[in-house]
Design a protein around this ligand. Structure first.
Ligand SMILES: Nc1nc2c(ncn2[C@@H]2O[C@H](COP(=O)(O)OP(=O)(O)OP(=O)(O)O)[C@@H](O)[C@H]2O)c(=O)[nH]1
Ligand SMILES: [Zn+2]
Length: 199
């Protein structure tokens, strides 16, 4: 089964190559790479970047297929408030927030933890929020083949907070709906349930 990378699992050649680039970046911004605090920074940054982009090496279909169980339950299953951290592909700065995901089974349910796992698989890549939303949506739709699937993501983008327009409070919401969730009634039930505070 796919799992997250341990530090010792980083590809040494990739680490070395990326590390050299980070040394150039530090030099480029006028830093002294030989000062104590920075000596190991290029290596740390190279490993951090590999961690944050490890989703390219993971197979979300395999993750879902590894825990699909035959079950007749055919009501809505919602996993809400799944925290996510990704990197915007325009600035390589973080965007972060929550995903709310629902599906209506069609003969098979999926192990609950696999939904947040596939969120991480797609979030740990260079992304835009819209594509991240659709990647998750299509993966569940094509693999689980449910009666319907819905994905809502609410996120804050550091590239809009720390730089650029410098807006601290704006939240971007993206959504995608397939199957039964294309019907207004089902979609509204889902939206009502994710905005309630039952939990
Ligand atoms: N649609 C979308 N845009 C994003 C996302 N993340 C960052 N962006 C935007 O990507 C755009 C890139 O625009 P550019 O004008 O090429 O870059 P820029 O000069 O750095 O733009 P500013 O951020 O406005 O300073 C910006 O408007 C960002 O806000 C995302 O997930 N989705
Ligand atoms: Zn950005």
């Amino acid at each position: 089964m796919s799992s997250y990378k341990n530090l010792e699992e980083y590809d040494q050649e990739v680490t070395k190559e990326v590390q050299e680039k980070y040394t150039s970046i530090l030099n480029g911004i006028g830093e002294d790479v030989s000062r104590e605090g920075l000596v190991k920074t290029p290596e740390r940054a190279a490993k951090a970047m590999q961690f944050l982009t490890q989703g390219y090496d993971l197979d979300p279909v395999k993750i879902l297929k590894g825990a699909m169980f035959k079950e007749d339950y055919d009501d809505m299953v919602i996993i809400k408030d799944i925290e996510l951290y990704s990197l915007c592909e325009h600035h390589m700065l973080p965007f972060f927030g929550k995903a709310h995901i629902a599906y209506i089974p069609n003969g098979h349910i999926v192990g609950l933890s696999k939904i947040p796992r596939i969120v991480d698989v797609f979030a740990r890549r260079l992304q835009v929020q819209e594509r991240l939303t659709h990647d998750i949506l299509e993966c569940i739709n094509n693999t689980l083949k449910p009666q319907g699937v819905a994905v809502v993501i609410e996120a804050s983008h550091m590239c809009m907070m720390m730089r650029g327009v410098q807006k601290q409070n704006s939240v971007t919401t993206t959504s995608g709906f397939r199957g039964q969730f294309e019907k207004q009634e089902t979609r509204n039930e889902f939206l009502k349930l994710i905005s309630s505070h039952l939990s």
